[in-house]
Ligand binder design. Structure first.
Ligand code: IVH
Length: 666
């Protein structure tokens, strides 16, 4: 064997080992070690080696297996036929090739139609119905053999245990995906954090973890959802195409995936582009689209490889991830004094945006990732959030360890460890003060227009603004004294400050940036206290007595209003014409207070956003999905599964008009 070939063999074995390890963490332990993109990259590298050097290929190669080992805890279930995976389309050329192959099999038999579907990012399952009754539910496992999770699956509320209609087949197995909506995922992780349990990394892992519980009561509380997109085996019924399959699902009351009948490659491309752009509007995660030849006769003719059917393909979305070099680390200090390690990266384009920095969150995260300077790391950018490092792609031998500083990099005060955070507790620390001011003027704070972080930096450096009260004392001359400040802009800034001279109590509480107090809690507290004077005079016990206010929140609010510097700054703000108006709006007895609303279907008179605001303005909450915790569902035109779920759960359903009447804005 030549040296080069020996290298390739070594790399091949290394890849097999890595992928096996990642599979085990992903499938069996429900805690992935690497990103999907990274996993796909390794798998592709392995496939390339196998294609080039077939002699190296091992029988037990990860490319020959669908999923991974099965946890020994659950009984095994054989899948007949096996639950296959899907081949991938990466480029337009792949798509054209896929289309050519399907067209060849279809021959001259009528037009070739595809079903365009969403690729749900959940957990594949199979459910068996005998004579209309659900008798078994299982996970995909390795494709041939899965785990029996019948008890757990039957707690999924949208899964029918008995089929609707009549004339049911003796045997019907359907395949689909179990998933968690974003709302449920957030709720679950919030609960876990409060209970000191580690949060799930993403909805898919949360769904997998929830389905593989030993106690079905736990699964039941997780409010899983399910959708079906294929048939395994059916006796005595002739399904001709994918549309026929979905019609049957409808007839039986089984939740089918939404789909679109597509005739051309261009339409498939448009379908993919549409969902890539609009994926965030869905209440659940999708990671691409699936294209399937619709006609079952064409499917039959095309058949499958050992891994995937030839008549279907997954076209995943480009990942907002990339690999780059971690050049150095610096420590940033936030308005609460928390020191955050921030990575300086070799600039890299991720989804059209140049990324130079990424957060490492905290030092436990640095430890968890095992990251060092000089390493090549995977960076993820999702939506508007700050890019973050999700894993080490390749460690650098002898790379520089990232050591937590002992003293504040800004003021030199000894840092204090609080939970997983390292904090500078010097309230006069210059950086902390500047950060507090930046928050005060920002959208989340007082929302003073034209007043950005850069202006704070300049005013602070010029000695014109040191605390929030100074902002209310700024004069036109002060502003015009700054470089690059025109008269027009100065007037706009002053006008904007003026418009924030009187704000309701809830707005004031929120803008003070009190630890543990966000917009919702600020409103809850303001509704109870009504006036600033009452709030200031409240005891710890009074605060703790407010519904939704826990001991931690009570402590930080109490601490804030009994802190000399904070109070004297508030007094100075008031001297400069600042005032807090009493909190108006509904009392706790309002029909909305503490109630959860879900809007579904097409609303005719207001947008969904407006309606949700009407709810939150009145002390209620707006959620995206229906659960046992929902109080009202407002159903517009062509409301679907959420309305059905509300009816099943016996939740009050309002029409749009009834809702508007309830708000008194009719
Ligand atoms: S059809 C034989 N349709 O993607 C064809 N799969 O990467 C089997 N998936 O194992 C799958 N949404 O868990 C199909 N609309 C959809 C899907 C879908 C998500 C999952 C499924 C499958 C995996 C393949």
């Amino acid at each position: 064997m030549t040296g080069r070939k020996a290298d390739i063999k070594a790399r091949y074995l290394e890849l097999c080992g890595l992928i096996e390890k990642y599979n085990r963490h992903y499938y069996t332990l429900d805690s992935p070690l690497v990103s999907d993109a990274e996993y796909d990259g390794l798998m592709r590298e392995l496939l390339t080696i196998e294609r080039k050097y077939p002699s190296l290929k091992r029988e037990d190669s990860p490319t020959q297996r669908v999923g991974d080992d099965i946890s020994p805890v659950f009984t095994k279930v054989l899948h007949d036929p096996p639950m296959l995976s899907l081949g991938n389309i990466f480029t337009r050329e792949d798509l054209l090739e896929f289309d050519r192959r399907c067209a060849k099999s279809a021959g001259s038999e009528g037009p070739l139609l595809y079903s365009g579907e969403l690729k749900f990012d959940g957990l594949a399952v199979e459910v068996v119905y005998r004579n209309g009754r659900m008798v078994q539910g299982s996970t995909r496992g390795n494709g041939a053999e899965g785990e029996d999770v019948t008890a757990n699956l039957s707690t999924v509320r949208t899964l029918p245990l008995f089929l609707k209609g009549s004339g049911h087949p003796d045997y019907l197995s359907v395949r689909g995906e179990v998933f968690l909506t974003h709302d449920e995922f957030d709720r679950l992780n919030g609960e876990r954090e409060r209970e000191g349990e580690p949060p799930f990394a993403n909805p898919r892992n949360a769904a997998a973890g929830s389905l593989r519980q030993l106690d079905s009561r736990v699964t039941e509380r997780r409010n899983l959802d399910i959708v079906f997109y294929g048939v395994g085996r059916v006796s005595g019924i002739d399904i001709r195409d994918q549309e026929g399959f979905y019609r049957l699902m409808d007839e039986y009351g089984i939740p089918g995936s939404s789909y679109r009948v597509i005739g051309t490659v261009e339409e498939i491309q448009a379908f993919h582009a549409h969902w890539y752009e609009h994926r965030h509007e869905l209440e659940f995660d999708i990671d691409g689209v699936v294209v399937k030849a619709s006609d079952f006769a064409v499917r039959e003719a095309m058949g499958a490889t050992s891994k995937a059917p030839r008549w279907a393909a997954a076209w995943k979305f480009p990942s907002a991830e990339a690999v780059t070099l971690l050049e150095s680390v610096e420590f940033s200090i936030g308005r609460t004094g928390v020191v955050t390690p921030v990575a300086n990266l070799r600039p890299i384009n991720i989804g059209g945006v140049m990324v130079k920095r990424a957060t490492l969150h905290n030092f436990s995260e640095v430890k968890r990732l095992g990251v060092k300077t000089g390493d090549t790391v995977t960076v993820k950018r999702a939506g508007d959030v700050i890019p973050k490092i999700t894993s080490v792609h390749q460690a650098q031998e002898g790379g520089g360890g990232i050591v937590a500083p002992e003293r504040c990099p800004s003021c030199g005060t000894q840092l204090r460890q609080e939970d997983i955070f390292l904090r500078c507790v010097n309230r006069d620390c210059e950086t902390v003060r500047v950060e507090r001011l930046k928050f005060f003027v920002s959208k989340d704070g007082m929302d003073i227009e034209y007043f950005g972080p850069e202006l704070i930096n300049r005013l602070f450096a010029a000695g014109l603004v040191a605390t929030a009260a100074d902002i209310y004392g700024l004069t036109r001359e002060n502003l015009l004294g700054l470089e690059r400040m025109g008269e027009k802009l100065a007037d706009k800034i002053l006008e904007s400050i003026g418009s924030r001279r009187r704000v309701p109590l809830s707005h004031f509480i929120k803008a003070m940036g009190i630890k543990n107090v966000g917009e919702h809690i600020a409103r809850v507290i303001a509704r109870k206290a009504k006036t600033l004077e009452t709030l200031i005079s409240m005891t710890m016990e009074d605060l703790k007595g407010i519904h939704e206010v826990g001991p931690q929140v009570a402590e930080s609010v109490y601490g804030f209003f009994h802190d000399d510097p904070a109070m004297s700054d508030i007094a100075r703000m008031r001297e400069r014409g600042f005032s807090v108006s009493d909190e108006e709006g509904p009392s706790e007895e309002s029909a909305f207070a503490g109630k959860t609303f879900v809007f579904t279907g097409t609303l005719a008179k207001r947008t969904r956003k407006e309606c949700e605001k009407m709810v939150t303005d009145r002390g209620g909450r707006a959620a995206g999905s229906v659960s046992a915790k929902t109080d009202f569902v407002v159903a517009g035109e062509s409301a679907g599964s959420k309305l059905k779920k509300a009816q099943e759960l016996g939740i009050a359903v309002l029409s749009e008009d009834e809702f508007i009447e309830m708000t008194g804005e009719g």
